[in-house]
Design a protein around this ligand. Structure first.
Ligand code: IPM
Ligand code: MG
Length: 416
């Protein structure tokens, strides 16, 4: 399997003490002295080109936060970033007439990684399909061939009260949805509009998967599960859909190559129910494009807010695409109310899975945890006793700086 995929799955092991962003590694009151002052173990200057795609709604706000966090992290780690900002979605439609201009795709393809904010908004909702902002995003995913979409859902102890589920159900949830991203009903043909035998208007789509498409995403699922707790649940609708029947057959066939992974199968309707009833039973879920879209939104609510969930989309080669799973939230756009954490954590995933800069990623995760530990909350994750603020940005920034103790006094002067 390609080096990038190896990189993608290698750092996911979450039970080791120094690995991923997740509850198991958090100490309730992290000590400042335990945080290293100077740059990572990597030596020499590393230079990367990052394409930023702010998009629509709250996208520009949250990407601006992530950009500043990335810039500061880069200076702490001896990394150099060249940012290239390009239009996508509704803002690209307004500026160029298409939701994904060629220049945007070319720039993205030519960079080391891509960070996207969000796309869409009321203004373009009634556009024809090829002129919808969402079409631009799908073209980008297809153009970058990023078929494996990782969506972690971790209920942090600091946010367990923000979950709509009972504490005992939500606490310690730590799961990963591996969503197939460039196939299935999103891309299947035939699709379109027409009329039926009664001359009635119809709309139709095709759920289609080839064996090779299933195999490659199933392998990612197995690899991810192997690096986590060794449990993989494949979600399908094999009691009804042919595409799911083939899905189940191929996943089952591959299981013999991963004897260390415990494979189970679940119908999607049951999975939707089990995610609410007993989410802790899940470790890694692998599923198709549309089921992954729906189940990852559902999983996000276990964590308290969709504003918390980052994602990484990776292919065999080329740059990965990193984006929060939330949408453009036009109702709160431009008001500094948006929770930037999903995008900031997507930037951490970009560093870790896209660039292999694990130490830099860790810095960001630590700053986010520190911000939450101190009780700072945006509205979507607010619970009583916490400090309500519109923007978490200055606090993330502040706790990043705290990791660089020689800057400490200077920054305290500026930020407190
Ligand atoms: C997501 C979104 C997208 C999807 C939309 C905006 C096209 O819901 O990333 O989950 O359906 O994949
Ligand atoms: Mg979605």
């Amino acid at each position: 399997m390609a080096a990038m995929l190896a990189n993608l799955v290698r750092p996911i092991k979450i039970k080791t003490p120094d690995s991923d962003f997740g509850r198991r590694k958090l100490s309730p009151t992290p000590s400042r002295t335990s945080i290293r002052c100077l740059a990572s173990g990597k030596s020499g200057e590393r230079s990367y080109t990052l394409t930023l795609l702010p998009g629509d709604g709250i996208g520009p706000e949250v990407v601006a936060v992530a950009k500043d966090v990335l810039s500061l992290t880069a200076s702490l780690e001896g990394i150099k970033f060249h940012f290239k900002e390009m239009p996508i979605g509704g803002s690209a439609l307004d500026a160029t007439g298409v939701p994904l201009p060629d220049e945007t795709l070319d720039t993205a393809k030519g960079s080391d990684a891509v960070l996207l904010g969000a796309i869409g908004g009321y203004k373009w909702d009634k556009n024809e399909k090829h002129l919808k902002p969402e079409t631009g995003l799908l073209q980008l995913r297809a153009g970058l061939c990023v078929y494996a979409n990782l969506r972690p859902a971790v209920v942090l102890p600091q946010l367990v009260h923000a979950s709509t589920l009972k504490k005992e159900v939500a606490e310690e949830v730590d799961l990963m949805v591996v969503r197939e991203l460039t196939g299935g009903i999103y891309f299947g043909k035939p699709r379109g509009f027409g009329t039926n035998d009664n001359n009635e208007d119809i709309g139709f789509n095709t759920e289609v998967y080839s064996a090779s498409e299933i195999d490659r995403i199933a392998r990612v699922g197995f690899e991810v599960a192997r690096k986590r707790n060794g449990k993989l649940c494949s979600v399908d609708k094999a009691n009804v859909l042919e595409a799911s029947m083939l899905w189940r057959k191929r996943v089952t066939m591959l299981a013999s190559e991963y004897p260390d992974v415990e494979l189970s199968h679940m119908y999607v309707d049951n999975a939707a129910m089990q995610l609410i009833r007993d989410p802790k039973q899940f470790d890694t879920i692998v599923t198709n494009n549309i089921f992954g879209d729906i189940l990852s939104d559902e999983a996000s609510m276990l964590t308290g807010s969709i504003g918390m969930l980052p994602s990484a989309s990776i292919g065999e080669s080329g740059p990965g695409l990193f984006e929060p799973i939330h949408g453009s939230a036009p109702d709160i756009a431009g008001q500094d109310k948006a929770n930037p954490l999903a995008t900031v954590l997507s930037a951490a995933m970009l560093l870790k899975y896209g660039l292999g800069e694990e130490s830099a990623a860790k810095r960001i995760e630590t700053a986010v945890i520190e911000t939450l530990n101190r009780g700072f909350r945006t509205g979507d994750i607010f619970s009583s006793g916490m400090v309500f603020i519109y923007q978490l940005f200055s606090f993330i920034f502040f706790y990043l700086i705290l990791q660089f103790s020689c800057c400490y006094l200077m920054i305290v002067g500026k930020h407190v």
